[in-house]
Design a protein around this ligand. Structure first.
Ligand code: HEC
Length: 439
């Protein structure tokens, strides 16, 4: 930059600042909090307080200014230079400045307009983060009590359903009145068309850590087909599909909902289930889900196997070849546990490398279903590569053991064990997908 140019630039900055408008809460600021913070900072969600109303926000202004300027909030851990996701929730530089100068100006309210928060609280009451109320919520019939004895528990709940008709799913989300005690949840939707298979009188819940697990046999008749498999981990939100894309909610069947309750210091109840949002337009492309790595395809091919020695940092690889149809990805969901340090996935073809997702500094507490801007095409024959790095040293503050000890990945995948998993949400490829965007 030469001198005169620099002067001109400096001059511009000054003149912009001196004309800087005063931001007001209802006109400029509230919408930023609703879009970027209130997904978690609302009743029933993972965050410790609400950020919805003027009062919620103004009384925490110092704290908010700090965590937005230093980038701690909103949490977002993907490397956006590697892949561009549409659900990224960071604030732009301009939004951070808007919040900061509004706080510095003494947080003027502007013309009071409660419409946005009234609508948001209505949706919150309905237990959803989506932009409208669910068309159907299927929940456990009875609340579950997680005892405050410091034990973690793996529970599976059966939620039977019989609907008036099939329906086209536009969006789906896990819902709970108490997400703070949940470490993660997974759910499968199984159609049960045969009326001679009873969906009601079999057991309704199983604790996988006790002999109740043998009752799982009662549910095997439901598991012949599965139309959907989804999940929730702190930080993740709903899954929604573009026009023409989705899946068919069967008329009759069961949801098998697996919930991993974290250790709790006092008794806590939760009622959990799944929200469905339907659309009337037909579904031309049916969404499918596969899981690669621990608990899924290629689990045994992880190299070296997930056996992470005390005081070691190690990287483990998995390669899975797409031997079936060409597919177009909508979402990816990387998953590791507490000593995860870095996660990278990409696909290779004879001529190309296709970036899928990179989390440079893995943080177990913040996980997300990442949504692509455009279809990511994985042709038959392309190879999906997953690299997971783990830090099992004492320097890792997330290490569940002090001093560190050998960490394995065995059947029940407790949170103090490890996983290397990548979930792919996709549709079969259609011509010209490379040129489309998902919106
Ligand atoms: C993905 C969920 C999520 C989003 C989005 C989110 N938060 Fe948070 N936030 C949390 C959770 C959970 C905590 C408590 C745990 C922690 O502090 O790490 C938290 C803590 C905080 C804290 C307290 C920090 C501390 O050190 O105790 C502040 C302040 C905060 N958030 C502000 C915000 C603001 C402002 C936004 C939006 C710009 C935002 N958060 C977006 C989940 C979220």
């Amino acid at each position: 930059m030469n001198v005169s140019y620099r002067k001109a630039f400096f001059f511009c900055l000054i003149s912009i600042t001196s004309f800087a408008q005063k931001f007001t809460f209802y006109q400029d600021v509230q919408s930023i909090f609703h879009a970027h913070c209130a997904g978690c900072h609302r009743p029933g969600e993972a965050a410790p307080f609400n950020l919805i109303t003027y009062n919620d926000i103004s009384k925490r202004s110092d704290f908010i200014k700090k965590v937005t300027t230093n980038g701690y909030m909103p949490p977002w851990y993907a490397n956006d230079h590697y892949t561009d996701f549409t659900n990224k929730r960071q604030l732009t530089e301009a939004q951070i400045q808007t919040i900061g100068s509004w706080i510095d100006d003494g947080m003027p309210k502007g013309k009071v307009n409660l419409e946005a928060e009234t609508k948001l609280l209505e949706r919150t009451d309905a237990g959803t983060a989506y932009h409208r109320k669910p068309d159907l919520t299927l929940k456990m019939a009875q609340s579950y009590l997680q005892k405050g004895d410091g034990e973690e528990r793996f529970m599976v709940f059966k939620i039977p359903f019989e609907l008036p008709a099939e329906a086209n799913v536009e969006a789906v989300e896990f819902t709970s009145n108490n997400k703070k005690i949940i470490h993660h949840a997974n759910y499968a939707v199984h159609p049960v068309e045969d009326p001679s298979i009873d969906i009601h009188t079999t057991v309704s819940q199983i604790n996988l850590g006790t002999d109740e697990k043998y009752n799982y046999d009662q549910w095997l008749p439901y598991k012949k087909q599965m139309v959907y498999y989804g999940g929730w981990i702190p930080g993740s939100s709903y899954e929604s599909y573009p026009a023409g894309v989705g899946w068919r909610m069967p008329q009759r069947g069961v949801i098998l909902l697996t919930i991993h309750f974290g250790p709790a210091g006092k008794d806590a109840e939760s009622i959990d289930g799944v929200n469905f949002f339907f659309k009337s337009e037909p579904i031309q492309r049916t969404v499918k889900v596969i899981s690669l790595g621990s608990g899924g395809i290629g689990q045994k091919d992880i190299d070296p196997p997930l056996m992470i020695f005390a005081n070691d940092k190690s990287t483990h690889h998995l390669q899975v070849t797409n031997r079936n149809e060409d597919i177009s990805l909508l979402y990816v969901w990387p998953h590791m546990h507490q000593i995860g340090a870095e996660f990278k996935a990409y696909a290779t073809t004879p001529t190309d490398t296709i970036p899928l997702v990179h989390i440079p500094k893995w943080d177990f507490r913040w996980q997300e279903l990442y949504r692509y801007r455009r279809p990511v095409v994985l042709r038959r024959g392309s190879v999906i590569n997953i690299d997971g790095t783990y830090d099992n040293t004492a320097e890792n503050p997330a290490n569940p053991f002090n001093p560190p000890k050998l960490i394995l990945s065995t059947g029940d995948m407790r949170s103090d064990q490890e996983m290397l998993t990548l979930l792919l949400v996709y549709v079969p490829y259609l011509d010209d997908d490379e040129k489309k965007t998902w919106e």
